[in-house]
Design a protein around this ligand. Structure first.
Ligand code: JDQ
Length: 239
């Protein structure tokens, strides 16, 4: 998969790509991420990327010419998904990450200031995505959120096929509590069941913990899944 990122702050993006799963996915050629400086697509003497808004008001707007030049240079045949990160976009979630991971080419546009000229959006942008209901200072952090979430679901990117599978099964429930050694720390004991070696009892306990946490913290998520008779009985007992 190829991801091109267009930004006026490449230095914000680059270090995040050089660690962990994203570094490994690139080393294995599962993922190629190219970061492009929007200023390299300007043609004027001052390399201007922004200008004042028509109609007035505070804040600058990213000019259309460099964005059109960059996007057209990166996919002459117009075959890529062109994603603009914006608070006005569709809320990003795990299903989006999985759907985007099936694409062969994404172009991510990072805005700054008050955003981009509307003509870029209407003519070239194919998808508008928000990473949440808060206002950031630009699209770089949202772009990195997408690259990270997409990168880790690419086949063989984790190096551990099982853990990707496990994550995808538990997608609609919150995770259960986890413990590692020591079995007792400052008087706090790991639940006996996890030390029992009884695999079926352990997975049942983990599932119940996930159900309980989801019911307590994110009851909205329970509407998306089919609960078994056992699940319903467990939740009733915990009310
Ligand atoms: C840009 C801004 C005031 C935009 C400029 C470009 N989920 C999410 N939160 N924030 C963004 C995305 C985001 C993305 C791109 C951006 C914010 N800004 C700042 C400030 C009005 C509009």
């Amino acid at each position: 998969m190829r991801i091109d990122i267009i930004t006026i702050f490449p230095e914000v993006i680059l270090p995040v790509l050089q660690a962990g799963i994203l570094k490994r996915a690139q080393a294995r050629d599962i993922l190629t991420v190219n970061v492009h400086n929007l200023r390299d697509f300007t043609t004027d003497r001052h390399q201007s990327v922004d200008d004042y808004p028509y109609g007035g008001g505070a804040g600058m707007i990213l000019k259309p010419e460099p964005l059109f030049a960059a996007i057209r240079a990166l996919h002459p045949a117009s075959t890529a998904r062109v994603v603009y990160l914006t608070p006005q976009g569709t809320p990003f979630n795990q299903s989006f990450a999985e759907a985007f991971s099936l694409e062969s080419h994404l172009i991510l546009i990072c805005g700054r200031y008050k955003g981009i000229d509307e003509r870029v959006r209407t003519k070239l942008v194919t998808d508008e995505i928000s990473i949440g209901d808060y206002v950031l200072s630009g699209g770089e952090i949202p772009a990195l959120v997408l690259v990270d979430a997409i990168g880790r679901v690419l086949p063989h990117a984790l190096g551990n096929y099982e853990s990707a599978q496990e994550d995808s099964f538990s997608q609609d429930l919150l995770d259960c509590p986890h413990y590692t050694r020591p079995a007792e720390f400052e008087g706090m004991k790991v639940p006996d069941i996890l030390l029992s070696g009884h695999h079926k009892k352990i997975t049942d306990w983990q599932h119940e913990q996930s159900l309980r946490r989801t019911a307590e913290r994110r009851p909205d998520l329970l509407k998306n899944i089919e609960l078994s008779t056992e699940d319903i009985a467990y939740l009733k007992n915990n009310e």
